[in-house]
Design a protein around this ligand. Structure first.
Ligand SMILES: Nc1nc2c(ncn2[C@@H]2O[C@H](COP(=O)(O)OP(=O)(O)OP(=O)(O)O)[C@@H](O)[C@H]2O)c(=O)[nH]1
Ligand SMILES: [K+]
Ligand SMILES: [Mg+2]
Length: 541
């Protein structure tokens, strides 16, 4: 925020840099007011609690051609020299082929590539080294033991390298999550979404909203403190009103994505359900291309829920086969039916399988029969949600072609083409059309990671965004009643946004009174900064 003009009237304009808002007073030289970026120094970042030098096998366990052991911390250079005998200056980011030996016994452990990444230009921001060694268990253990024998070095805890990168400001929370998702991505869609999040697309969006809210809060605070002396330009609060409303609309739009980003991240829950012997397990096996579930002519074969992850055209699906739905005296089967109904309740998409040979002979009776069938399978609330179900008329090989045609004609009035599939699990007839329908359906349920603004991918994001919107409502609620409470709504909204990227709780104290790095921590602090800036200006003037 810049205070300019004569001392009687303060013109507000807010300057927000990548590292935060700062307040500039015209009487203080501009240089003195600049915000220094958080990571501007050329020395490695050492965060309190991260003083130890840590090491770990960074590639997966098990025999492999090459394994990567990473070292991070102040002792990384010493460790590199101790194991390789290097005396000359280390060349950054250049692979060197060296013999790797135990630092005390001098026994040769392996011959491999070593790399040196001086901080802060490393993943963790600290001095780091990498040993690219042969991936046998004995070689790996030998190198890990050798590193552990050096003073000040210890094995890293799970996720500690990433935690250090986070503390050093190399990655924010959403980027850390993106990195985790990228490592676990199994489909093309998941990879694209994770890469986008890791590259900071989501944090840029949330940071932009945080900056807008910071502007609003700063204006609001200045208004609270200076409006009485008419030191504030007119219409400041109206500007805040419209900015907050705009922001609310943007966040709400981002939230109403029908969980598409979350689905792409964790997989679309697709459940196969229907009467006993409809061919549910046959369809399940056909989709996962292996005999994962038992198929038999005995009704009530499947009892437990059988699950398998699938990749449907680049989109992740968690497919479940369930017990056939029927009234039964068998307590075990009854439990199976309960579990099946619960799964259908939680499903994103239910594949309702029907045995075509059970359909009424008169084609015009078929739609009524199927509607009744759907009522029995699907929970009441979802019966109208056509997007959440797909009807599959199985065993079409047992029907005459003429009968199939009549059924199709009868269905065309009652059901959309995209909601019914006629197929045979035995002959695979109709499978290609069904897969196309399924792919289309799964695709619309997942976010397209290449198009539009990034999607939120975790419940954590959703919860904090909802709280943020709720807090902005508080702003409007108290706007004409109590400005301090209204401003508190803005501050809360800001805190909730900050929690998503992890900036809240890491907010820094201002380095001097003309400079508030990142976001003011509270209304009090914001007031204080505004007050101090204004007083220093007025005093000097
Ligand atoms: N002719 C024909 N038979 C099929 C087809 N699909 C399944 N079947 C047979 O129908 C019987 C029941 O199949 P399942 O896959 O076990 O049926 P289900 O719905 O899982 O049965 P439950 O688990 O008992 O509820 C088996 O004998 C299958 O071989 C099909 O498309 N055509
Ligand atoms: K069966
Ligand atoms: Mg079955």
């Amino acid at each position: 925020m810049t205070f300019s003009g004569c001392c009687r009237r303060i013109v507000l304009c807010t300057n927000v840099t990548r590292s935060g808002v700062y307040l500039r007073c015209p009487v203080v030289p501009v240089q003195a007011c600049r915000v220094r970026p958080l990571c501007s120094s050329s020395s490695p970042v050492v965060v309190p609690g991260c003083e130890d030098t840590i090491f770990a096998l960074s590639s997966g366990r098990g025999r492999c051609g090459v394994a990567v052991v990473r070292v991070s911390g102040a002792g990384a250079a010493g460790a590199l020299r101790a194991l390789t005998g290097l005396k000359r200056a280390l060349i950054p980011r250049t692979a060197l082929l060296r013999s790797i030996t135990h630092p005390t016994s001098h026994e040769l452990l392996d011959r491999g590539l070593v790399l040196w990444f001086p901080g802060p230009q490393s993943f963790t921001g600290e001095d780091s080294a990498e040993f690219h060694i042969h991936g046998g268990p004995a070689v790996i253990n030998g190198v890990l033991q050798a590193l552990g024998s050096l003073p000040g070095l210890r094995p890293a805890e799970a996720g500690e390298f990433t935690r250090r990168a986070f503390h050093a400001g190399k990655l924010d929370l959403t980027e850390v999550e993106g990195l985790g998702d990228l490592i676990h991505a199994e489909t093309e869609g998941q990879r694209r979404q994770a890469l986008r999040q890791m590259a900071g697309d989501l944090s840029r969006l949330y940071n932009d909203w945080s900056h807008q809210l910071t502007h609003c809060l700063a204006h609001m605070e200045a208004f609270i403190d200076f409006s009485e002396g008419e030191l504030i330009e007119d219409g400041v609060l109206n500007q805040v009103d419209s900015a907050v409303s705009k922001l609310q609309v943007q966040i709400q739009k981002h939230l109403s994505d029908e969980r598409r980003g979350e689905r792409l991240r964790s997989g679309v829950q697709v459940v196969i359900a229907g009467s006993t012997n409809a061919g549910k397990s046959s369809l399940f096996n056909l989709l996962c291309q292996r005999p994962a579930a038992i198929v038999s002519p005995i009704a009530g074969t499947t009892r437990d829920v059988v699950e398998t992850p699938l990749d449907i055209g680049g989109f992740p699906v968690l497919l479940s086969d369930t017990a056939g739905l029927r009234e039964t005296d068998d307590s075990v089967e009854r439990e199976g039916v309960q579990r099946a109904l619960k799964r259908v309740d939680e499903a994103d998409l239910t594949l309702v399988v029907v045995d075509s040979t059970q359909l009424p002979q008169e084609p015009q009776m078929v739609p009524g029969f199927l509607n009744h069938y759907l009522d029995n399978v699907l929970p009441k609330e979802t019966q109208d949600h056509v997007q959440q179900r797909l009807l599959i008329l199985n065993k079409s090989d047992l029907l005459l072609n003429e009968h199939v045609r009549l059924i199709q004609r009868a269905l065309s009035d009652a059901f959309t083409v995209a909601s019914v599939s006629i197929l045979s699990c035995s002959t695979r007839e109709g499978l290609a059309e069904f897969l196309k329908l399924l792919h289309e359906r799964v695709k619309t349920m997942c976010a397209d990671p290449l198009v539009g603004s990034p999607s939120l991918t975790q419940t954590r994001h959703r919860t904090n965004l909802q709280k943020s919107v709720e807090a902005l409502r508080q702003y409007h609620k108290y706007r004409d009643v109590d400005l301090a409470l209204s401003a508190e709504g803005l501050r809360l909204g800001l805190v909730c946004l900050g929690r998503i990227t992890g900036k809240d709780g890491l907010l820094k104290e201002p380095r001097d009174w003309h400079l508030a790095e990142v976001v003011p921590q509270s209304v009090r602090q914001a007031r204080l900064i505004v007050a101090v800036c204004a007083s220093s200006k007025i005093d000097s003037a």
